[in-house]
Design a protein. Structure first.
Length: 365
């Protein structure tokens, strides 16, 4: 496909039913539709149609070994795509009752109806029921489970507006449903229940997200395990890697991102020094700051493009703004982005995870 992708605004109630119907027809006939969820925009295809799902990989430039989340409208449909046998049943019931619809994805043994392209050939399937009203309406109208990764080009920053989707995928997909900015702003938590027996009843968080480890522990009475990072990931010492270009980056802006982590004063000092050095070299740095940085770094903020992602006391606001801010800074003509780290409390865990994966260098100061 090469013609421009239409973007249907859903802010006028009278037009919503028509837009959802048009999108549902496209999904049923093997097309690709981007739609808002409460986390980020998804790029959807009929999860039961292997050829349609294959088109998602092509449109995104996504490697075939990366499996895709299947979205369902409600918990009853979970059982059409995944097997929930003993001893998983009580845990899955508790999690879905507490968190669905919402930002929690469960990895479970897959049913045969799910084509292997969805699960990258693996025996498990990731499933979630999104809460966003447009996602809910689309799932119900399509009457199909919908496979949907985030609607960005592979490894780029996830989209939190329809315009972000258009910027990445125009001409490569059939339709975009515009529901405005997504409320949560980072992706769902991916929780693996497929190793449940081996882990003595504890699920494993594969990706931190909208539902925090503390919320899962409060629901289950057992702390989830945290995924162990692969040695190949970029927290490994830089000198052990063939070169910065080889570092695996995800959620990444096009511009090189440096992340500064440490006590506030040390981070302020390091950001100021880095900015001065870059300016001297003729580069154009831009800053990702918290509300609390604006006064101590007022001199820098007056001279350089910057985004305030919100108060460190409000991790939900920071999560909401993170990807939006990274895309805005990327569009600012900067040659390098300098970002401050955020506290790990609550959804801050997910923000830290995304900042680390988006950055080329993490400076501990
Ligand atoms: O919030 C979200 O989860 C968004 C919205 C659109 O629902 N979706 C999303 O999808 O972030 P994606 O494809 O960008 O990220 C899905 C993550 C990937 O890291 C993938 O490897 C993992 O989930 N995943 C999918 N299926 C899996 C499986 N069967 N086992 C383990 N990990 C899986
Ligand atoms: Mg993604």
């Amino acid at each position: 496909m090469s013609s421009a992708t239409p973007l249907l605004p859903l802010n006028e109630p009278a037009r919503v039913d028509d837009a959802i119907e048009r999108a549902a027809v496209l999904i049923r006939s093997g097309g690709l539709v981007a739609f808002p969820t409460e986390t980020v925009y998804g790029l959807g295809a009929n999860a039961l149609d292997g050829a349609a799902v294959q088109r998602i990989f092509t449109a995104k430039g996504r490697p075939a070994h990366d499996p895709i989340i299947v979205h369902v409208a409600e918990v009853e449909q979970l059982h059409n795509v995944a097997r929930v046998d003993e001893p998983l049943r009580a845990t899955v019931d508790a999690l879905t009752m507490r968190f669905w619809p919402g930002a929690l994805t469960l990895v479970l043994p897959k049913r045969d109806a799910i084509p292997s392209v969805v699960t990258a050939g693996g025996p498990t399937v990731a499933v979630r029921a999104p809460r966003h009203p447009i996602a809910q309406a689309l799932l119900r109208a399509a009457e199909r489970p919908i496979a949907a990764p985030s609607a960005n080009r592979f490894s780029h920053t996830s989209p939190t507006t329809a315009q972000h989707v258009l910027a990445d995928l125009n001409g490569r997909i059939d339709l975009i449903l515009d529901g405005g900015r997504t409320p949560i702003g980072v992706e769902s938590t991916v929780l693996d229940l497929s190793q449940f027996d081996l882990n003595q009843g504890a699920p494993t968080i594969l990706r931190p997200g909208g539902v925090t480890a503390a919320m899962i522990e409060a629901c289950l009475g057992v702390a989830p395990r945290q995924r162990v990072e692969h040695a190949s990931e970029h927290e490994a010492p830089a000198e052990a890697l063939p070169g910065p270009g080889m570092i695996e980056r995800h959620y990444a802006p096009r511009t090189t991102l440096h992340l500064y982590t440490g006590a506030d004063e040390a981070v302020h000092r390091a950001l100021r020094e880095a900015a001065e050095v870059l300016i001297e070299r003729g580069e154009r740095p831009a800053l990702l700051l918290a509300r609390e940085d604006l006064t101590p770094l007022a001199d820098l903020a007056a001279r350089l493009p910057h985004v305030d992602i919100g108060s460190l006391l409000q991790p939900e606001a920071i999560a909401h703004n993170l990807f939006y801010a990274l895309r805005a800074l990327d569009a600012s003509n900067a040659t390098r982005l300098l970002a401050r780290d955020v506290p790990a409390a609550g959804i801050g865990d997910a923000v830290r995870d995304r900042l680390r994966r988006a950055s080329s260098v993490v400076h501990e100061v």
